[in-house]
Design a protein. Structure first.
Length: 273
């Protein structure tokens, strides 16, 4: 176990059980990223009773609000719109500062309500476990709400280039060596913060038991355009498109101005844009 801090001005001394940079995961430097963050597992300070209340309400709403549309994943989109306790957790004192310290860059909650907070249900039967993919959102925080009799279900991250990883998995019959898979077991009281955009990952098949997880998504304040949530990707999960106008407004009012400001900024000596 280590204690993580982020230099002067740090407000947290967070216990970390695992920390792997993005370059260490992928195996080479990448440009399309918000920071050096790869994956971090950290001890959180969220109220267990609050998490239990969110889990209980999620189970009540599951039949009505959760859907399984692709990636073998059954989840509730925009979960904070139905479970107000999630908003309390989003605004938990010090949460944003801690996430920013762990990521090494200032983060803000992902602005689109349809995808900013989701609850996943995973088991060996009807709910399934998510297949190999890469996230659309830049950074996600995974908070276990309930883990019962779970065998399997680890977060598995492919050590290598995303394109290579997805191609290998899509071919089938081409097992990936164990040393190319980073496995992380979810633990009560611990969160996982990951920059899983353009990083191949999945939930390992579940043999027995189940897990309910709250995913709260983030993006970079200074580089909001570093984001793989295309309209097509979002529409695969949210085909009603009621979010389209909000999405386009964010691109016009936030993404484009920030990108143009970034392009005008002077480059560090010896580097190229």
């Amino acid at each position: 176990m280590t204690r993580h801090s982020a230099g002067s001005g740090t407000r947290h001394d967070t216990e970390v059980s695992l920390s792997v940079t993005r370059d260490e995961i992928i195996g080479h430097p990448t440009w399309h990223r918000v920071s050096d963050l790869g994956i971090v597992q950290f001890r959180h300070d969220y109220d267990p009773e609050l998490l239990a209340a969110i889990a209980a309400r999620a189970k009540q709403l599951k039949r009505e609000k959760a859907h399984k549309r692709h990636l073998n994943l059954n989840y509730m989109r925009g979960a904070h719109r139905y479970i107000p306790e999630i908003t309390e957790l989003i605004n938990w004192p010090g949460r944003r500062e801690r996430a920013s310290e762990l990521a090494g860059v200032e983060l803000e909650p992902y602005p689109l309500p349809v995808i900013s907070a989701i609850i996943t249900f995973q088991d060996a039967d009807r709910d399934g476990s998510v297949t190999w993919h890469a996230d659309g959102v830049p950074v996600t925080e995974m908070i276990p709400l309930e883990i019962e009799n779970l065998v399997g279900g680890e977060l598995e991250i492919y050590r290598g280039d995303y394109e290579e990883g997805i191609a290998r998995q899509s071919r089938g019959g081409d097992p990936v060596p164990e040393d190319r898979i980073l496995k992380i077991r979810h633990k009560p009281g611990w969160g996982i913060l990951g920059q899983l955009m353009r990083t191949a990952h999945r939930v390992a098949p579940i043999e027995t038991g189940h897990r309910i997880t709250l995913n709260l998504n983030w993006r970079s304040v200074s580089k909001p355009w570093i984001d793989d949530n295309t309209i097509t990707y979002l529409a695969a999960d949210n085909p009603e498109l009621e979010w389209e106008e909000e999405y386009l407004q964010d691109v016009h009012e936030v993404h484009i101005p920030a990108y143009l400001d970034h392009q005008k900024a002077p480059l560090p000596h010896g580097s190229a844009r």
